[in-house]
Design a binder for this molecule. Structure first.
Ligand code: KIV
Length: 285
């Protein structure tokens, strides 16, 4: 008898099948608690290597190690049950060769049980994307502004603003799609270019700073919640979580200092003393 349980989560093919349909909704997630909240609203959750900057205070995503992606990947899997979870392959874990990429992607999948990985790069990563997908690892590609290449790009710069750059980006999108990627993130590019790419490729495009013509959208959760101290132009703050945290912590500090917290309702009382029940002595004969 089989002990397999049916897959409850959305899968990479489920996301691919959403091309041209209702917009795909996704967010980054790094820990169990927020993943649990986002799970019912999102088609997929991305454990982005942006966690290096958002959660760990690095200036870029470059220092993020594989182990950190695995730790956060596990947490997001524990917190969610419905959305596909995708883990970013960090800088240095996949560029050298398809074989090294496979080894590291397989470690991510084995250790976290997520349903797909994401890696940055267009045509130059096509061979690797093909190698991974042929061996059972669904890949989400990422083109346009690729934060792991900031030292080559000269910073976090919008891509494709000049028409001459469009051809290369279109070729990138075609190459990753042909190589077997199940979707592609388009980061920081003019809407007109993202629209062209979306029409050009048969896989869903997921926009971040790429306008509304993509097949889906993604944002860094802390940015849209209003928790990040600085956000790029393309982010809309849907909440004011930073202000809420500030208010709550300020209130706590004030009450501790003035002695009004903890109040009696937050304090444990002693147990009432138990009445002693006299035991009958029984003797077996
Ligand atoms: O790391 C990340 O959060 C990402 C998104 C910006 C797409 O790659």
């Amino acid at each position: 008898m089989s002990v397999q349980t049916p897959i409850k989560r959305l899968t990479a093919p489920d996301i691919a099948a959403k091309k041209g349909g209702e917009p795909i909704v996704s967010l980054t997630a790094y820990h169990a608690h927020t993943a649990a909240i986002a799970d019912e609203h999102c088609d997929f959750l991305l454990v982005g290597d942006s966690l290096g900057m958002v959660m760990h205070g690095f200036e870029s995503t470059l220092p993020v190690p594989l182990e950190l992606m695995i730790i956060h990947g596990r947490a997001v899997m524990r917190g969610s049950s419905r959305a596909l979870v995708v883990v970013d392959m960090p800088f240095g874990s996949y560029e050298e060769s398809p074989q090294i990429a496979f080894r590291n992607a397989a470690e991510i999948i084995k250790e976290t049980q997520v349903g797909a990985v994401k890696l940055e790069g267009g045509a130059r990563m096509a061979e690797t994307i093909h190698y991974l997908t042929e061996r059972g690892i669904p890949v989400m590609a990422h083109i346009g502004l690729t934060p792991q290449s900031i030292n080559v790009m000269g910073g976090f710069k919008v891509q494709g603003r000049a028409k001459e750059q469009w051809k290369l980006l279109e070729e990138d999108a075609k190459a990753v799609s042909k190589a077997g990627a199940f979707s592609v993130v388009l980061e920081a590019m003019p809407e007109a270019l993202a629209k062209r790419i979306t029409k050009l490729v048969p896989i869903p495009t997921i926009g971040i700073g790429a306008g509304k013509e993509c097949d889906g959208q993604i944002l860094v959760m802390e940015d849209m919640l209003g928790l990040s101290p600085w956000v790029p132009k393309f982010v809309k703050k849907f909440g004011a979580v930073g202000d809420a945290i500030e208010g709550a912590i300020g209130g706590y500090a004030k009450e501790v200092r003035e002695g009004s917290f903890p109040a009696p309702e937050h304090t444990y009382a002693m147990k009432a003393p138990q009445k002693k029940v006299a035991r009958k002595a029984t003797r077996k004969r």
